[in-house]
Design a binder for this molecule. Structure first.
Ligand code: LLP
Length: 428
């Protein structure tokens, strides 16, 4: 559930009309709802409260400082995956002791910075990386702490580009090799390995792959413990799906917790989670205006001012985002956002952006109410991997971001300028 809804026939974010935001801040515009963000974070915290989890928000999903600050204020930690993300998490007031650092390709410089910052742990993805973190920590005269990311070989049944838990992706150490690797690195001088990490994919719409993966890891930890390894925490990763296509598309996090808690209660190790999309996904919409309409052969195009540089998910993952006018005619005010919603007197259109690529679309063959130039459209569930994957392609300044809290809206990232586009190339 989120706080984007139609009231008196027009789209609101919390208590602010979308049209008002677009008029004040321009389009394309990312609009975040504070109440939605906090609601989703608290849902996870409450659902897993019986195991008192450490929740590390996956900052790659949406890293705006003001969004991250809100979460840090709730006691949330961060899952980072680059030096830049670590910097961002710290800038947002993240507690280093709640920051975990994942990723298959950490450089020496990034490892050094993370150790000096005093992060909670590295999630280690390969034997060579383990040896390197030990070496870099040695150079610093410090001891690093890490978990080994295990590839549990379960099929998360998600898009090929975002499935990570199956064998032969680049992530983690094969589960068959896990015990050997723990044994091999039992007594490193400058790296203490105390945890096990998994992340099976994103977004995942079934609970069973999680159950399968967690069972495998709980058994693995039992075997490791029997061999004298001290496992202090199990980081279960993220990946929980959200409702892109209909209100009941994703399982409730309470269901997820109900299925997993019995496997985890009473264990002598701590539990960590790394949700990104579940917190950020439904917390933002992208507002965009219709620039033109045109016909090409049998096809109708609605050309809008947001492109694949603003939201790349549709073209990269064939992903679906509900798109709808902010002020539809009375017959087309949606009661629910559903993929199968049929507009009254509507038309089938491709909603495309201004970028010079045929892959630049937000929606394909989509039944929409009639629109005209200047109409405002909402592109929903755009909070996760929306702005964070946006780019300057075609030299388009990136969109502004706004945070709504009740009846007030605050700019949390200004729209980029043309000068921003060339700033790093000046004065060399
Ligand atoms: N932990 C690790 C180690 C991850 O690699 C990821 C996401 C997460 C946690 C957070 O997953 P989440 O809870 O947000 O699903 N750009 C794609 C998604 C890529 C996910 C990458 N890793 C998309 O737009 O669907």
């Amino acid at each position: 559930m989120d706080f984007f809804s139609y009231k008196n026939g027009e789209l609101y974010c919390e208590d602010v009309p979308a049209e008002k935001l677009a008029a004040e801040f321009g389009t394309p515009l990312y609009v975040y709802s504070k109440a939605t963000l906090l609601r989703h974070y608290r849902q996870i915290a409450q659902a897993f409260a019986p195991v008192n989890p450490t929740i590390c928000y996956s900052i790659k999903s949406c890293g705006n400082l003001h969004v991250c600050k809100l979460l840090a204020g709730e006691g949330c930690g961060f899952d980072v995956t680059s030096g830049g993300e670590l910097f961002r998490a710290l800038q947002a007031g993240g507690d280093p002791k709640k920051i975990i650092y994942a990723g298959v390709g950490k450089t020496d410089g990034e490892i050094r910075d993370a150790i000096n910052t005093g992060i909670a742990a590295f999630n280690l993805e390969s034997e060579e990386e383990i040896e390197n973190v030990d070496r870099v920590a040695g150079q610093l005269g410090k001891t690093a702490i890490g978990a080994i990311r295990i590839n549990p070989d379960v099929d998360p049944k998600t898009h090929i580009k975002t499935a990570t838990g199956k064998k032969e992706t680049k992530f983690g150490v094969d589960i068959e090799r896990a015990e050997r690797v723990f044994e091999q690195y039992r007594t490193l001088k400058h790296l203490r390995i105390g945890g096990v990490h998994i992340h099976i994919g994103s977004p995942v719409y079934e609970i069973q792959p999680y159950i399968d993966a967690v069972k495998k890891i709980v058994d693995l930890i039992d075997r490791l413990t029997a061999r004298g390894h001290k496992i202090e925490w199990f980081d279960m990763g993220g990946g929980f799906g959200v409702n892109y296509e209909r209100p009941d598309q994703a399982f409730a996090v309470t269901e997820h917790a109900k299925a997993l808690l019995p496997l985890l209660m009473g264990k002598p190790y701590r539990i960590a989670l790394e949700p990104g999309r579940y917190i950020a996904g439904n917390s933002a919409i992208l507002l965009t205006r219709v620039l033109y309409r045109k016909q090409g052969g049998e096809k109708k195009f609605v050309i809008v001012d947001a492109g694949m540089n603003d939201l790349i998910r549709p073209t990269l993952y064939d992903s679906y985002h509900f798109v709808w006018p902010a002020k539809p005619d009375a017959a087309n005010v949606p009661a629910e956002r559903r993929k199968d919603l049929a507009p009254v007197n509507g038309e089938i259109v491709d909603v495309v952006g201004p970028i010079c690529e045929s892959g630049d679309f937000l929606a394909k063959a989509r039944p929409l109410p009639q629109t005209t130039r200047g109409d405002l459209l909402g592109v929903f569930t755009a909070g996760a991997y929306g702005f964070s994957m946006s780019s300057n392609y075609n030299n388009r300044p990136r969109a502004a971001e706004v945070l709504v809290d009740g009846a007030t809206a605050r700019l949390i990232r200004r729209r980029e300028t043309y000068e921003d586009l060339v700033a790093a190339e000046r004065g060399l």
